[in-house]
Design a protein around this ligand. Structure first.
Ligand code: ZN
Length: 504
């Protein structure tokens, strides 16, 4: 199942090649070589299994650097030096003869994006939920499809779901995993993330094969397997993967379960994320009554929460993940971004499900921004007057999918901005494409003009995972047909195919 397993034995030969001089472009060399063994290099790492040893100096030269760090701001014609996985300097004209040079003279250099809510496993059932309501989704996805997932499907879903994120410039995801049908499913999903080479907070959730037990006012506490994961698998050796709990919360489980689950997360010292407020309000009030609010809690959707509830989230240091496109389609309510900001909650953006919408953060972030502006404008419009200014700025929107996302996941000291000392998670957008040139305001280019097609180069933890528009992940390339077959099998066994075609 895992590439870790079938890659053992190839490490030695790979190191030999790396030592023979394939340092800077090791990722490219392996990804493009037909004879390459499956290995970490196929995950786009270009390093040994520990993540050390290959590309330790990269110089991103002469770019428009949009740091999202208030002390650094936007710098034109600046160089970003990456050493041992961290950003070491951002200055003009850095000289480093030993570094692998990435020419960014036609690029906008951004922090890698942070997607704070993704059910990564659904990549194999891409594009089926576009006509579903929320209740239809719960009934079909969590009532039928999720039960058909085997560990192999979980692996492929997470591998491809994560690679899709990297391809679109997103370097960190919160993976909300709710098909923990067996520990093997969970291990396979974690392996999928590892083989993708993404930075992820893996939010271990409940099984997906018995939605009545786990999702309908559930009296069953979180699966014990979380203790094994905490002891044995996290944080991952390369430091890219860490653990969270995906809990049902007050909308889907009893007060006793909510209390037990949050206390367990706190005992383990890991954050917890929950869906809340998309069926009705009052959930955060309930958490408040139970004395459970805290800065380790992430709230997803939140559409029907009251202003008071957002103030409670804000006062307790919690965060919101808004996933506007899915929320608006499925009837959860209007996106709550503005309410979260007003209440002082950490505002962030997520994709939610590629079974429904595209996985790129450009789309969701822009939608989050423009929907909120429309909501803010509407009272003025209804008075028959003209607005005097827009509410949220483009720069604020860029923060939502970078530094605020990092804050929402408790990772802001390590990622979320281009700041010397932080891990080197970096996305380059081509500034000379037909849809991006000319760049008069690089922030507006990133927020309003750019899309997946303009993502040129992506680094995670200093490792190049995409360069010149090419993804470095031969594992994904080789397994793509497996993903297609996996998705077809799952849908067929869910009763959603007729004559081999999706019907719903
Ligand atoms: Zn969700």
């Amino acid at each position: 199942m895992t590439e870790n397993a079938d890659a053992t034995g190839t490490d030695v030969s790979r190191r030999r090649v790396l030592q023979a001089g394939g340092t800077a472009l090791a990722g490219l060399t392996f990804a493009s070589s037909a004879s390459a063994h499956e290995s970490d290099a196929e995950r786009g790492r270009g390093a040994d299994a520990s993540g050390r040893g290959a590309v330790d100096r990269t110089l991103i030269e002469d770019g428009i650097v949009v740091s999202v760090d208030p002390d650094i701001g936007v710098q034109y014609g600046a160089d970003v030096l990456v050493e041992d996985g961290r950003i070491s300097r951002i200055e003009a004209d850095i000289e480093d003869a030993d570094a692998d040079v990435i020419d960014a003279s036609d690029a906008v250099v951004l922090p890698g994006f942070v997607n704070t809510h993704l059910h990564t496993w659904q990549a194999g059932v891409r594009g089926v939920a576009g006509n579903w309501t929320f209740l239809e989704y719960l009934e079909t996805m969590l009532g039928e499809i999720s039960a058909q997932y085997e560990p192999r499907d979980a692996y492929l879903g997470n591998l491809f779901g994560a690679v899709e994120q990297l391809n679109a410039g997103t370097t960190t995801v919160l993976d909300w995993f709710h098909i923990a049908n067996t520990p093997r499913h969970t291990d396979a999903a974690i392996d999928g993330l590892a083989d993708a080479g993404i930075r992820a907070l893996f939010a271990h959730g409940p099984p997906g094969d018995d939605s009545a037990t786990w999702w309908e006012d559930s009296g069953v506490t979180h699966p014990d397997d979380i203790r094994r994961l905490h002891e044995e698998r996290f944080p991952s050796e390369d430091g890219l993967l860490s653990l969270a709990m995906g809990i049902r919360g007050p909308d889907y489980s009893t007060d006793e379960v909510v209390t037990d689950d949050i206390e367990l997360a706190r005992e383990l010292g890991i954050p917890a994320s929950m869906h809340i407020g998309s069926l009705g309000g009052g959930g955060v009030e309930k958490l408040h009554e139970l004395g459970l609010l805290g800065d380790d809690l992430n709230y997803v959707h939140g559409n029907r929460l009251s202003a008071e509830e957002f103030a409670l989230i804000g006062d307790s240091g919690g965060s919101l993940s808004t996933t506007p496109e899915v929320e608006m389609q499925m009837g959860m309510g209007m996106p709550a971004l503005g309410d979260a900001i007003d209440g002082g909650a950490i505002p962030s953006v997520g994709v939610d499900i590629v079974s429904n919408v595209s996985g790129d953060m450009f789309t969701q972030n822009r939608m989050a921004l423009q929907v909120q502006r429309a909501l803010d404008n509407q009272p003025t419009v209804e008075r028959g007057e003209q607005i005097q200014s827009v509410s949220l700025s483009a720069h604020r929107a860029l923060e939502l999918m970078t530094i605020e996302g990092a804050r929402a996941l408790g990772m802001e000291s390590e990622i979320g901005s281009l700041t010397p000392g932080k891990r080197a998670d970096i996305t380059l957008i081509r500034a000379d494409d037909i849809g991006t040139a000319p760049v008069h305001d690089p922030v507006q280019t990133a927020v309003f003009q750019a899309g997946v097609a303009n993502v040129d180069t992506v680094l995670v933890d200093g490792r190049v995972v995409k360069r010149d528009g090419d993804l470095y992940n031969a594992t994904a390339k080789r397994r793509r047909e497996q993903l297609v077959r996996s998705g077809e099998r799952v849908l067929r066994e869910s009763g959603l195919l007729e004559d081999g075609r999706f019907q719903r």
